[in-house]
Design a protein around this ligand. Structure first.
Ligand SMILES: Nc1ncnc2c1ncn2[C@@H]1O[C@H](COP(=O)(O)OP(=O)(O)OP(=O)(O)O)[C@@H](O)[C@H]1O
Ligand SMILES: [Mg+2]
Length: 277
């Protein structure tokens, strides 16, 4: 759910200006503290500012525990911030909504539902009628290459297939902001590479804005247009690096010396803050 925040009134005597469309996502001074019994609060994230333009592919990297999932969960409307705010297309996020699709870090399909019913779940909740649901599920099964698996249960699928179902389920309500929390973390190298190409294809076909958390620096530099590097304790944005490769890049880009330099730069930043404590 999103709410329009009160518009500030123009100052007297100023000429009206044509407002630029709001960014897809604005994270403004975001703070999240968790109370811990008989101890000081954990400051998971502290003063995070971030702007993501519509249609961009952004990766967030940072050490374990630096607040990546917390940040994504607040953007998804699953947790409330302690301070600060999140705006999606200029509207305040106050809860989850069909405009944002999430793929969670932990395996999260409904084990008792078939592949097709998992994908249709959000559509059923939104009251989409049966024939439109079936059409959309067929389309998504085609996109994720699982047409033959529609009636199977998640336990009958490989890890990579489950993640493709999770991505299809997140895409089903046609969100234009896709939040992916380490979606490929538990997969073998080969499946991971296949899903990189798959994710790029989905991004280009749907025009969605993607914010993806990953531990894998190569993955971040390969997929993203911007890599946001977080520092930990408390989680803050250390820097944002623009990736210079075009959007139709393919695996060849990994042999480009600029790719190695960028990867080294991000790794160095993560390593420096790790050794700084
Ligand atoms: N519900 C909670 N109660 C107390 N502390 C929490 C809670 N959820 C997260 N934290 C703390 O907040 C910090 C950030 O956690 P978060 O899960 O966002 O990290 P992360 O960057 O996603 O880590 P990882 O890479 O391991 O997934 C950690 O110190 C964690 O212990
Ligand atoms: Mg996490």
């Amino acid at each position: 759910m999103t709410l329009t925040p009160p518009a500030s009134s123009p100052s007297p005597g100023t000429a009206p200006t044509v407002a630029a469309p709001p960014a897809k996502l604005v994270v403004d001074g975001l703070v999240k503290r968790y109370p811990v019994r008989r101890r000081d609060d954990v400051v998971a994230i502290d003063s995070i500012d971030l702007t993501v333009e519509a249609g961009a592919f952004t990766c967030i990297v940072g050490a374990s525990g630096c607040g990546k999932s917390t940040l994504l969960n607040i953007v998804g409307g699953l947790e409330a911030p302690t301070a600060g705010r999140v705006l999606v297309e200029g509207e305040l996020v106050v809860g989850p909504g069909p405009d944002r699709g999430m793929v969670f870090q932990a395996y999260s399909l409904f084990p008792w539902l078939s592949v097709a019913d998992n994908i249709a779940f959000g559509l059923s909740c939104a009251g989409v009628d049966r024939s439109r649901r079936a059409e959309r599920v067929d389309e998504l099964l085609g996109i994720v290459g699982l047409e033959q698996w529609r009636d199977r249960l998640p336990k009958e699928l490989s890890g990579g297939m489950r993640q493709r179902v999770a991505i299809a389920r997140a895409l089903a309500p046609e969100p234009d902001l896709l939040l992916l929390d380490e979606p490929f973390g538990a997969l073998d190298a080969q499946t991971r590479l296949a899903l990189h190409e798959f994710t790029r294809t989905v991004w280009q076909r749907t025009g969605a804005t993607i914010v993806m958390v990953t531990h894998d620096v190569d993955e971040a530099v390969y997929l993203a247009q911007q890599v946001v590097v977080l520092r930990s304790h408390p989680g803050r944005v250390m820097t944002t690096i623009d990736v210079p490769f075009g959007n139709s890049r393919g695996p060849d880009v990994k042999r480009d010396p600029r790719f190695w330099d960028l990867r080294d730069e991000v790794q160095e930043l993560l390593f420096t803050q790790h050794t700084d404590g």
